[in-house]
Design a protein around this ligand. Structure first.
Ligand code: PLP
Length: 369
């Protein structure tokens, strides 16, 4: 049977929302509010409410929001920030853009998230913050991380770029640390039609300074209190995100349902499957399985018309851009093994039951484990 299962299918998602998106974009064109403006303001209110947070500040990317998060903590040259080596590179950009040094700590086998038991050993007099990621949509184990942070008087910033609406012990992620950063890159659970991101916090002082930093460091027009950036969210993206936000909760439920279907269909295969940790309700930004024969399985899926992806093939401590940090292969064995074995299967709300079954059937037909 020939059936195509693309790894991603953004056109299908856009198609279903096309009349609403057309109207939202037309509204922006008519008002001419292209940089920030009323649609962005309204989106900020709506996304803050979605996260049960006091403040949301719209940015032109998740990377920008993370960078400003580090600036808000006055992190700079000579400082260290503890983070995970097993994430998208942007998590570490936030640190290095300020001149500070990322200090990597290995991840947990079961969740791919920062291992709270290893964090305390990495703290030095120069440590200024802890920056964990909720990878693939699964919240990291926040309570023990917050406990270590509190004991050492360190702020914790959540990289929630993959975890819009995920819950940790019943609470939506994004407000448990000092602040959190979200990405609205088109493929994220909440995606713009272009680049966008946001910072979320309960602290009014941080929110006010973040608004200034995203707009050239100005608290009033043409008065610049500190060095800032052009990190404004576009008006059209605010309008688009307001439409997309109305579908986020249903999309997350659909993703969880697909994850359950995959689990039922694949649990007796040799694959290691992702599971919700006891404290977590993942939003399955990705459905990432593991097996040492990953590359052969990926090629096999391609012959069946099925797309898949590798998140991530090389941990950050082994990236060329960080060779000056002096890390070696073997420093973070759990992350390194995950990078060799991980494979992300298609997961998006528009995926049909027939497509899910096709993916499962092709995996069950794989003979070269
Ligand atoms: C996508 C992503 C980012 C960066 O967001 P952009 O909007 O692409 O700049 C940061 N961290 C993680 C974990 C991400 O997945």
């Amino acid at each position: 049977m020939r059936m195509k299962v693309p790894y991603l299918d953004l056109p299908a998602q856009i198609h279903a929302l096309r009349p609403e998106l057309d109207a939202a974009i037309a509204r922006s064109l008519d008002t001419g509010a292209f940089c920030l403006g009323p649609e962005v303001q309204q989106f900020e209110r709506e996304f803050a409410a979605f996260c049960s947070a006091a403040h949301c500040i719209g940015f032109n990317s998740g990377t920008s929001a993370l960078h400003v998060a580090m600036r808000l903590l006055n992190i700079g040259p000579g400082d260290e920030v503890i983070t995970t080596p097993y994430t998208f590179i942007a998590t570490s950009w936030a640190i290095v853009y300020t001149g500070a040094r990322p200090v990597f700590v290995d991840v947990e086998e079961a969740t791919f998230n920062l291992d709270p038991r290893l964090v305390e050993k990495a703290i030095t007099a120069r440590t200024k913050a802890i920056l964990p990621v909720h990878l693939y949509g699964q919240p990291c184990d926040l309570d023990p991380l917050l406990e270590v942070a509190r004991r050492h008087h360190l702020p914790l910033v959540e990289d929630a770029a993959q975890a819009h609406g995920a819950r940790y012990r019943g609470k939506t992620v994004g407000t448990m640390g000092e602040m959190s950063a979200f990405s609205f890159y088109p493929t994220k659970n909440l995606g713009a039609c272009g680049e966008a991101g946001a910072l979320v916090t309960n602290r009014a002082d941080l929110a006010a300074r973040a608004r200034a930093l995203r707009e050239h460091g100005s608290s009033a027009r043409y008065l610049h209190d500190e060095v800032g950036y052009n990190y404004r969210m576009e008006g059209i993206q605010g309008a688009v995100l307001r439409v997309k936000l109305t579908r986020l909760a249903a999309g997350n439920i659909a993703r969880r349902h697909i994850a359950q279907r995959y689990h039922a269909l694949l649990q007796d295969t040799p694959l290691i499957l992702p599971r919700d940790a006891g404290y977590a309700e993942s939003v399955y930004h990705l459905y990432t399985v593991r097996h040492p024969s990953r590359d052969r399985l990926k090629a096999h899926l391609e012959t069946w018309g099925i797309g898949s992806a590798i998140h991530y093939p090389l941990p950050l401590h082994l990236q060329k851009c960080f060779s000056h940090l002096g890390y070696q292969p073997g420093d973070f064995p759990v992350a390194e093994r995950a990078a060799r074995e991980c494979l992300s299967l298609p997961i998006y709300p528009e995926l049909t039951d027939a497509q899910i079954e096709h993916v499962a059937r092709s995996i069950r037909e794989f003979k070269h484990w």
